[in-house]
Design a protein around this ligand. Structure first.
Ligand code: GRF
Length: 197
């Protein structure tokens, strides 16, 4: 019986696609839901074209009531009964209630070498700081933003003429390799870190 994976997106979903494309054949899991807070997310059509159930829950009508939005998200997610939730370019900050409900079952990919540069504008901050390298991290999601146990990292050198855009473009393909590898280990109960260079 395959394990069930729900994927949350807000945009193009390139990481979602790499996860879905990996979950085939002898992979222990299958995608059972792609859910977005953004009805215009480009990833929704790509998931639907692959026959994956999709859903949207526009966060805007909920205004500042984050708990109401997260509660409605949980109701949609529970109907898919996932064993694991993968955040993939999902741009909402969760309430502690939501992270507690899915504690131990939720992963995220973040475009920095955590614990450095939690939050936004990660590549610009690494360049600004004069760092020699940058990268991405897969981690378990906890109540602390971008703060959970790290399951994998991939790193690249920062080149003298790098911009945030050129750096992001060099790291994104590594994200597409790192996230599927980290998910495979996580599903098998292996918490050893995946390290790509
Ligand atoms: C990626 O840089 C990822 O690290 C971050 O969101 C960006 C877009 O991801 N979480 P995707 O192309 O929508 O998967």
């Amino acid at each position: 019986m395959s394990q069930r994976v729900a994927i949350l997106i807000s945009g193009g979903g390139s990481n979602m696609l790499s996860l879905c494309d990996d979950m085939q054949g002898d992979h222990p899991a299958r995608p059972v839901l792609v859910l977005s807070n953004n009805p215009a997310a480009g990833g929704l059509a790509k998931a639907a074209a692959r026959g994956i159930p999709v859903a949207t829950l526009d966060h805007r009508p909920f205004g500042k009531d984050r708990l109401a939005f997260d509660t409605a998200m949980t109701e949609i997610i529970e109907r898919a009964a996932p064993d694991v939730i993968c955040l993939a370019g999902f741009m909402r900050i969760f309430t502690p209630e939501f992270t507690a409900r899915w504690s131990g079952k939720m992963l995220n990919i973040h475009p920095s070498l955590l614990p450095k540069y939690k939050g936004l504008d990660t590549h610009a901050r690494a360049i600004e700081a004069g760092d020699k390298e940058a990268g991405c991290s897969v981690h378990e999601v906890t109540a602390e933003l971008d703060g959970g146990p790290i399951l994998g990292q991939a790193r690249v050198p920062i080149l003298p003429d790098d911009t945030p855009e050129t750096l992001a473009a060099r790291i994104l393909p590594l994200e597409h390799r790192l996230y599927p590898a980290a998910l495979r280990r996580f599903l098998q109960g292996d918490r050893s870190r995946v390290d790509l260079t």
